[in-house]
Design a protein around this ligand. Structure first.
Ligand SMILES: [Fe+2]
Length: 290
């Protein structure tokens, strides 16, 4: 979310609290994988390796008590603001996604991030996402077909879509866009085809008024995400695809704070000849459920 608006002052806490609530309910892990359980050998291996990485940083960089105390205070602030989902999804989820993707066939995907919401408008294709009467931004059509890895069109497929408005704000997490704005679950036709009318989203920064953004800026790292459309593509009996689509020419491609952008996920929307409307076509290939 950008900080060009006065609404940013309280947004880190509001967004953090909301994302934490969703993560607590378990709904933030939509890939449906079973939990890791409590196998002592695995706990020891994974937690041990993570702790050793931190200990190595302390040794190699001769971390002082002042820095150790600042680290404690920062961790407490991440908890107080509810930013654990944000921090984890921005700085670690892409590695988890890579591990999951190693066994995934069909279209490649990327991270879910912390801004998905359940219970959005159910729409039939062709669909126009809920938006304000004067919704700013370039009108955009995203269309395509959902098929199986053997090429079969997937009747009953749905495309759950959410993205920022043209000012970089997510409904449900920032105060300005109304609830449900530019979010929806679109039912494809009996050939798995979908067509979604929306507005082109904008790049945004992670909230800069919370500890994740402050740490990012303290390190001199870019807090920006390239503009993107989030998608969950599902069909009965098939593994849900979690993805994002980016845009050619975006200045933040290749320097995504969440490390989620991939060249294969870039759109190049073309004018339709209808005013300033643009269109991109993108098919999705889903593998059968294991
Ligand atoms: Fe996003």
């Amino acid at each position: 979310m950008t900080t060009t608006s006065d609404q940013s002052v309280s947004d880190a806490v509001t967004a953090g609290a909301h994302a934490t609530e969703i993560a607590r309910s378990g709904a933030s892990n939509l890939r449906g994988a079973a939990g890791g359980g409590a196998d002592p050998a695995r706990v020891s291996a994974v937690v041990g390796a993570a702790l050793e990485g931190i200990r190595a940083a302390i040794r190699d960089h001769k971390v002082t008590y002042e820095e150790f105390d600042a680290f404690k205070q920062w961790l407490i602030a991440v908890s107080d603001t509810g930013e654990w989902p944000l921090f984890l999804d921005v700085y670690l989820e892409f590695e988890v996604e890579k591990v999951a993707a190693a066994t995934q066939q069909g279209s490649i995907g990327t991270i879910l991030g912390p801004f998905w919401l359940d219970g959005q408008a159910q729409l039939d294709s062709p669909a126009t996402l809920p938006m304000r009467d004067d919704e700013p931004g370039t009108p955009m059509i995203l269309a395509g077909q959902v098929i199986a890895t053997d090429g079969t069109p997937l009747a009953g497929a749905t495309v759950d879509i959410w993205h920022t408005d043209a000012d970089g704000w997510y409904s449900g997490f920032a105060s300005k866009p109304p609830a449900g704005n530019l979010r929806g679950v679109v039912r494809c036709d009996d050939q798995g085809r979908y067509e979604i009318h929306t507005r082109k989203p904008a790049p945004y920064t992670i909230p800069l008024d919370g500890p994740t953004g402050q740490m990012t800026q303290a390190a001199g790292w870019s807090p920006w995400r390239p503009a993107h459309i989030h998608l969950l593509v599902s069909a009965p009996g098939h593994r849900t695809l979690t993805s994002q689509l980016f845009f050619t020419g975006d200045p933040y491609l290749g320097n995504d704070v969440a490390s989620a952008d991939k060249p294969e996920l870039t759109l190049d929307p073309q004018p339709t000849g209808n005013g300033d409307q643009v269109r991109s076509d993108r098919d999705f290939v889903l593998e059968p459920e294991a």
